[in-house]
Design a protein around this ligand. Structure first.
Ligand SMILES: Nc1ncnc2c1ncn2[C@@H]1O[C@H](COP(=O)(O)OP(=O)(O)OP(=O)(O)O)[C@@H](O)[C@H]1O
Ligand SMILES: [Mg+2]
Length: 370
């Protein structure tokens, strides 16, 4: 499949200086593959203590059938980005600017398809339109699996409700579809297990039920926010393999959020690396691993275990702490932790193209050794 185009993000003061033409760098897909375009999205929390710029000018695209990985340390804005797309940002957070263009494709009764573009950022978060998209065309798996499942309803009840909310089918048909999707995600004895409550399932089974619920309406985009963090490594590997298999079968795109670069390597086609609300690097997955250009990405890579590394060798942690979100450092937000920081060079970091479909927010990106 063709590679993705990642549009150029814009900072408050960068609009005029930005590399204007991702299309010229795009070697990949036709426009018809484009499913979601997030453009210069800003989502802030205005609190008494100050403003948290949880998402601060993020741009990326997701193509049909492909997986975009979003990676970064805790608090960098991964979940709030997902919540913005779904329009479920908790108060007092709100989208202050930007676009979230959803390119919807629908089949008509005479067998043709129609395309339309909806700016999700402009929809009423409680309105009919976003409710028809959320959980249906764009499904999601929350960071904490129990947040996706009701403790007081059976799995069957929840999946059937979801199907009947979005599709005109009777109860028996919805139940048959629910059992089928549970079978597909590998729940044992689905016709019985489906009548259980979440607390009666093991962690792995619960996560399979969450995936079944998310896939019940065959979404075109699945947003999975740390879907395997709570699982042991064997179950995690099984769930990741299952998600890939179902992606092929359903032809859906996945936005895969994780702090784990190992999982990114396994799952993603393209990667956005975030730091303090901004994307600092984006590239096809191989470039992130074999030709990282931003010092933060390089530090993240050094902090993951590698097969073959001598066991006594210590993993490097990224030096320093993530700064307080109320007082993000001026200039390059990473400069307080960066071994390559040069005051005269790093005051005004530009988001520059460093290769095909590859951008980094670092003025020294091209000087760093491979
Ligand atoms: N409901 C909220 N009220 C106030 N601030 C919030 C709220 N939700 C998120 N934030 C802030 O927004 C920033 C981004 O948070 P977010 O949850 O997106 O991080 P994350 O990258 O998903 O982290 P993690 O890996 O821990 O899940 C953080 O500084 C966080 O404290
Ligand atoms: Mg999160």
């Amino acid at each position: 499949m063709a590679s993705a185009t990642l549009p150029t993000p814009m900072d408050d003061n960068q609009m005029s200086r930005i590399d204007p033409a991702p299309a010229t760098i795009n070697t990949g897909p036709r426009d018809s593959d484009l499913l979601l375009e997030v453009r210069d999205l800003k989502t802030y929390f205005h609190l008494d203590e100050g403003t948290v710029r949880a998402v601060d000018g993020v741009s990326f695209t997701i193509h049909r059938g492909r997986t975009l990985g979003i990676v970064g340390e805790s608090g960098c804005g991964k979940s709030v980005t997902a919540q913005s797309i779904l329009r479920i940002v908790p108060r007092p957070g709100r989208i202050v600017s930007g676009e979230i263009l959803y390119h919807r494709r629908r089949s008509t009764s005479n067998g043709t398809t129609t395309d339309e573009t909806i700016d999700l950022a402009r929809l009423d978060p409680q309105g009919r339109e976003i409710r028809s998209i959320r959980g249906n065309e764009i499904a999601y798996i929350f960071q904490e699996p129990m947040a996706s499942l009701s403790p007081v309803h059976t799995i069957a009840h929840q999946i059937i409700e979801t199907i009947r909310l979005h599709q005109r089918v009777d109860y028996d048909e919805a139940r048959a579809r629910a059992i089928e999707v549970c079978r597909r995600v590998g729940l044992p004895k689905p016709h019985e297990t489906i009548d259980r409550y979440a607390h009666q399932l093991s962690g792995g089974q619960r996560q399979r039920a969450v995936i079944a619920l998310a896939l019940a309406c065959r979404p075109s985009l699945l947003i999975a926010d740390e879907p395997t963090t709570a699982l042991d490594v064997t179950t995690e590997a099984q769930i990741l393999a299952l998600m890939k298999e179902l992606q092929q079968e359903y032809g859906m795109a996945i936005q895969f959020i994780t702090h784990n670069l190992g999982v990114i390597a396994e799952m993603a086609d393209d990667v956005v690396v975030m730091y303090l609300g901004k994307q600092v690097e984006q590239a096809p997955v191989d470039d992130i691993f074999f030709n990282p250009r931003h010092p933060y990405t390089r530090a993240l890579l050094r902090s993951i275990p590698k097969l073959g590394r001598k066991t006594r060798e210590r993993l490097e942690s990224i030096r320093g702490m993530v700064p307080d979100p109320y007082s993000i450092p001026k200039g390059c937000a990473f400069h307080t932790r960066c071994p390559f920081y040069l005051r005269e060079k790093c005051a005004d970091p530009q988001y520059i193209a460093v290769g095909p479909n590859h951008w980094a927010r670092c003025n020294r990106a091209m000087e760093l050794d491979g």
